[in-house]
Design a binder for this molecule. Structure first.
Ligand code: IMP
Length: 427
């Protein structure tokens, strides 16, 4: 039995799609366990680029089973668009499973995400406006609509009526906006239900059955550790738990089943949305990294904030998720830079901090303490053996390993499937 959890060890957008796709080749099943279509994964196969938001990237392997676990909030409209997009490009979706316990994103969730953000003004989170937070709010309030309800017309009608009554009051009385129409939503969602029905199942049972039979299962986290609702830079976080422990809850498996945790880390740091970012480069170097790395959101197209590699946050991610291996991505993006920096600690009011501070206010006042490294000029994108990397690139990688005490087992030097240097096995 091998169950590997793959997570983002920074603020999301670490290149998890590529690494999932790479590891999916060895796995029998790929499972997503949290988030929704706030995520965006880009996978490049034979020079074709695919962008996915909900369906696990394992779908590109026709013989693998892909699961959307109970921990997700799913917008059925987006799901259907994604199914059509894949089928339209000749990718079969017949091996997709969706948990009947996953929650449904409704039109009022999307609307409230926008209205709540506007209402927050200066305090806004910078959400993706996909209805993620409001849907998780309903889940915690125990008023959410699950896939099992969604597929039962009577339950859907009943739960929609109850929810819409409350939401329309909020929409009209608090935000002064036009109420949503019950019948329109009901008809729209009854149509969606028929399209997704064949995929819905007891996903936890299926995942556990695979594990019982000794199959290899990859759990694919979305977003990243610093966006975790409990462990991230709250309140500038998402509404779910991207950390490794959440794979158990969001897929319905026990912690004793997990054998490894792979942390995907980008060779520098990026973040979208608001909130403190100690190593941010608000200068030409940041702009250079953004342009070279194509650092624009897959979901929203927003430019990502860019900065130096921050070993403090990555060490923190190692602690929270028990990361056993790193997949270091986008090393090639740093080619051509004269000097590179790694942040090894923070300076806070004259004091040196080496652990990630609990208080957001403290973090906002931290300045990075850096080590400098000479850069390299050689193009890395065609290199397949670690030894062939320029010595400066190896020194950079090995310093990350020293600072975090985690081996870089996989190293990405380009977006393609083959542009991965393998230094050990994961499965
Ligand atoms: P939400 O998940 O749409 O509620 O957004 C909350 C925060 O998480 C915002 O700062 C978003 O920019 C960020 N976020 C959500 N999903 C992703 C992702 O996949 N990558 C990076 N940031 C994300």
């Amino acid at each position: 039995m091998a169950a590997v959890v793959l997570i983002g060890a920074q603020w999301g957008d670490e290149g998890k799609g590529k690494i999932t796709d790479f590891l999916a080749e060895k796995a029998d099943m790929v499972v997503r366990y949290q988030g929704g279509n706030n995520a965006g994964h880009t996978v490049v196969i034979n020079e074709e680029t695919y962008k996915l938001h909900l369906i696990p990237s394992g779908i590109f392997y026709p013989e693998k089973t892909c699961v959307i676990g109970n921990g997700l909030v799913i917008d059925p409209k987006v799901l259907i668009e994604e199914l059509d997009y894949l089928e339209g490009r000749g990718v079969s979706t017949k091996n997709l499973r969706i948990s009947s316990n996953a929650h449904v994103i409704m039109p009022y969730h999307r609307l409230l995400d926008v209205l709540e953000e506007e209402f927050k003004g200066e305090q806004k989170i910078g959400t993706t406006k996909r209805g993620i937070g409001p849907a998780y709010k309903d889940k915690a309030s125990r008023t959410g609509i699950r896939f099992s309800d969604f597929l039962d017309p009577d339950e859907l009608a009943k739960k929609l009526a109850y929810n819409l009554k409350e939401k329309n009051l909020i929409i009209s009385k608090i935000y002064g906006q036009q109420e949503l129409n019950y019948e329109d939503i009901l008809q729209e969602y009854l149509g969606y239900a028929e399209r997704v029905r064949p995929y819905v199942t007891d996903a936890s049972l299926e995942v556990n059955t695979y594990l019982d039979h000794g199959s290899k299962v990859l759990f694919e986290g979305a977003q990243g550790t610093l966006l975790d609702l409990d462990h991230g830079t709250y309140p500038y976080v998402t509404s779910s738990n991207p950390v490794a422990g959440a794979a158990c809850i969001g897929a319905g498996v026990g912690p004793t089943r997990i054998s490894k945790v792979v942390g995907v880390v980008k060779s520098y740091t990026t973040r979208v949305g608001e909130g403190p970012f100690p190593t941010e480069l608000s200068c030409e170097t940041g702009e250079l990294i953004r342009t070279r790395g194509g650092e624009f959101g897959t979901t929203t197209g927003r430019p990502r904030r860019c900065g130096w590699f921050d070993a403090v946050i990555v060490r923190y991610a190692v602690r929270i998720s028990g990361i056993s291996d790193f997949a270091l991505t986008k090393l090639d993006v740093l080619t051509g830079m004269e000097t590179l920096k790694i942040c090894t600690g923070y300076r806070y009011k004259g004091e040196l901090l080496t652990e990630f501070p609990q208080s957001l206010k403290t973090l906002a006042e931290c300045e990075g303490v850096y080590e400098e490294f000479p850069g390299w000029q050689k193009d890395l994108t065609g290199i397949s053996r670690y030894e062939d990397l320029p010595v400066e690139a190896r020194r950079y990688v090995e310093r990350i390993e020293e600072l975090t005490k985690v081996p870089v087992t996989l190293l990405a030097v380009g977006p393609g499937r083959t542009q991965t240097i393998i230094r050990g096995s994961i499965f």
